[in-house]
Design a protein around this ligand. Sequence first.
Ligand SMILES: Cc1cc2nc3c(=O)[nH]c(=O)nc-3n(C[C@H](O)[C@H](O)[C@H](O)COP(=O)(O)OP(=O)(O)OC[C@H]3O[C@@H](n4cnc5c(N)ncnc54)[C@H](O)[C@@H]3O)c2cc1C
Length: 377
Amino acid sequence: MRVTSPDWIIVGAGFTGAVLAERLASQAGRRVLVVDRRDHIAGNAYDYRGPWDILVHRYGPHIFHTNSKKIWDYLSRFTEWRPYFHHVVAHIDGKYAPIPFNLNTIEDLFPRRMAEAMTQGLIDTYGYGAKVPILRMREEGAEQLRYLADYIYRKVFENYTFKQWSLKPEELDPSVSARVPIHVSRDDRYFQDIYQAMPVDGYSAMFARILAHENITVSTSTEFEAVRGLYPGAKVVFTGPIDEYFKFEHGALPYRSLRFRLFERPGPEAQPVGTVNYPNEFDFTRITEFKHLTGQRADGTILIEEYPEAYVPGRNEPYYPIPTGDTAAALVPYQAMAHQLKGKVWFAGRLGDYAYYNMDQACGRALALFEKQLAVT
Ligand SMILES: Cc1cc2nc3c(=O)[nH]c(=O)nc-3n(C[C@H](O)[C@H](O)[C@H](O)COP(=O)(O)OP(=O)(O)OC[C@H]3O[C@@H](n4cnc5c(N)ncnc54)[C@H](O)[C@@H]3O)c2cc1C
């Protein structure tokens, strides 16, 4: 495959790569070649129409949420949205209780008097509306709150975290446990961001519009290696794994992978909410039902189970960078190598930065990189 000499090669057609391609093409008038080794665009946000026309997310459920008006406005040029507030319940001691753990969860799981006392204790200590990381609450506060924190730690957090990462919560970077705080409120929504929605026609349709610019050529099922030497003058943005780019010279960075099992059922919704977490039973962590996310009405339903597993290069996908102090240190020599390529190759995105980004963060990273560096290159 050869196209008229591009100014830029962008490796990866996920959020980071697609947004950068669009900016370079539309704002800087550059010719851009986007390659992706997968046979589709949209990276991990890829979706397709399954049975009953239901939109299925191949790489696990993706719910869009952001507090950034800038990111929201930018993406809104390429899609209409369906407002959607994600709800999650966890199966605990035979009951389904709302997650993140909040005042309603306490009422569902504890006898009335006890629940009232815990609620009052939380409000008095932290104030209504506070979000308290579980590890922090475990170390401080009155006995009753430590009891509650221990309960949540054991029933909700410990086994789920171990299944997800094969690590204990304490071994992870505190930013990870801070992602699942206790909410001192009755807000049952899984996210609290200002903007929460799903693209009406799905993510893949949104990506097709982002990339539909006359200056952009997209080549899927194409490895970076296949085009690397073809355009010596082109600058490169690499959104694949940074360690892979440098041929693992300083060893492989660790990732966590996932296996998905899709299954279908005839009939209406099979679950009360979008996602049910199973912290303590089964090998999978959670089941998500797509119809809740997309708001589609259909005679059947499609669900997805997620089985975390070790990442084995060549066998499965590198989904999550593993956020610990050790992995942060392992990244440093690669950042130094990337620095040597300054002005020729840029690294960005979940795999290029080796960072645990949500979709809006990947989009924000791309917009900022364009504005601060690439626009003037
Ligand atoms: C199970 C799961 C659920 C998630 N749920 C949410 C959610 O609900 N909300 C949310 O905001 N975020 C969610 N995320 C995070 C979201 O997927 C990421 O933020 C987003 O995918 C990052 O985009 P990216 O472009 O940086 O990376 P990616 O989407 O991974 O895109 C990188 C692309 O580069 C390609 N590539 C890599 N190396 C090469 C190479 N050498 N040659 C050619 N192509 C290459 C890959 O094939 C890939 O398509 C979830 C992630 C996972 C794993």
